[in-house]
Design a protein around this ligand. Structure first.
Ligand code: NAI
Ligand code: MG
Length: 338
């Protein structure tokens, strides 16, 4: 298969970890017979300096005409670039896996995917003031709930076929009750084993027994909070990747920012960006049924775990290796699949 990729390297450590990931992606393409057509676009602080806008029209067009969009972190212009782009492209699902690795300290072993609705709930931002009282609207639509439930089902079907819906329907009976009922109906259409948990109990359970969970489906606000918690349970930011998915477009990126404090030193942790590639490959398998992408994702996932368990780590997690060294070791692991 041939895929067009729109790649935005971003700011700070963005170009460093992008270059590392491009080497890995290219090698995977060679080994597993996947043809990548990479096109580079500007986005973020550097784009704003050069072109006067952090999100040039050409970048949006490039993303719209590609099969995959991948970006490194951007800096101070995050709101006007990435947050705006999520709205323009209606990227309604925010997928955040949290996974612990042998060799990296974690609170407890964890391997979950949080599927967070990304466009509704209190974060629609409809707030107003009446005299001395303020009001925010909590909004869910049937269409919005169904489409995010289908994304959760898509991921669950490739894992343990189990989804935990997280809500607070005992208090928010109409709103969260609607979210729970509609999403449960939709998930059951796909033969998913559905479980539920109140969000307060969930925040405790994620620390106490994270192994009880696999795919977690939750509205925007709870998902925002629980995904930070889960990332920390797993061991930290330098490994965390995310996907923004809509019906027509997608955008894969690390969870962290441009890390200006370490930019240019060659010590950025590249695993977050390798996990971005991993998520993009899994997406191609799920969405396009591409078995080569599946084989590539399995090889990459195992090789990442192997490199981490051998102690090939950057200073942010106590290691002594540079971005480039780790990329070399990962390439060596992958060549075993050739
Ligand atoms: P940050 O995530 O860039 O950095 C927080 C800390 O984690 C820093 O000490 C940094 O060195 C470290 N860190 C992050 N990623 C790392 C990696 N791969 N390897 C090693 N260490 C890593 O968050 P901060 O400092 O709050 O924000 C910096 C800039 O990033 C801001 O301008 C912010 O707007 C932007 N940002 C962009 C995002 C995006 O593009 N989606 C998301 C979050 C922040
Ligand atoms: Mg957040």
């Amino acid at each position: 298969m041939k895929y067009r990729i729109a790649w935005m390297k971003g700011d700070g450590i963005g170009p460093e970890i992008s270059d590392a990931a491009i080497r890995v992606l290219t090698l995977l393409g060679d080994i597993f017979g996947i043809n990548w057509e990479l096109n580079f676009y500007e986005m973020g602080d550097e784009a704003k300096k050069k072109l006067g806008t952090a999100l040039p029209e050409e970048t949006i067009k490039g993303i719209k005409s590609s099969d995959l969009a991948i970006k490194g972190p951007v800096g101070e212009t995050a709101f006007e670039s990435i947050v705006t782009l999520r709205l323009i492209l209606d990227l309604y699902a925010n997928i955040r896996p949290a996974k612990s690795y042998k060799g990296v300290p974690s609170v407890k072993p964890i391997d979950v995917i949080i599927v967070r609705e990304n466009t509704e709930d209190l974060y629609k931002g409809i707030e107003f003031k009446i005299n001395d009282t303020v009001v925010a609207l909590k909004i869910f639509s049937e269409k919005g709930i169904k489409r995010i439930a289908r994304i959760a089902a898509m991921y669950a079907l490739n894992r343990k076929k189990k989804v935990t819906i997280v809500h607070k329907a005992n208090v928010m009976r109409i709103t969260d009750g609607f979210f729970r009922d509609i999403s449960r109906q939709e998930l059951e259409k796909f033969g998913i084993n559905v479980d539920e948990k109140y969000v307060d109990a969930m925040s405790m359970a994620l620390i106490r027994n994270p192994q009880d969970f696999d795919v977690i489906l939750t509205p925007n606000v709870y998902g925002d909070i629980l995904s930070d918690e889960a990332a920390q349970v797993a061991g930290g930011l330098g490994f965390a990747a995310s996907a923004n998915i809509g019906d027509n477009y997608n955008l894969f990126e690390p969870v962290h920012g441009s890390a200006p404090d370490i930019a240019g030193k060659g010590i950025a942790n590249p695993y977050s960006m390798f996990n971005v590639i991993l998520m993009a490959l899994e997406y191609l398998y799920i969405k396009k049924n591409d078995v080569n992408a599946q084989r590539a994702s399995e090889a990459l996932g195992k090789s990442i775990e192997s490199c981490i368990s051998k102690g090939f780590l950057t200073p942010d997690v106590g290691g002594k290796f540079k971005t480039n060294d780790i990329t070399n070791y990962l390439e060596q692991e992958l060549k075993a699949y050739a």
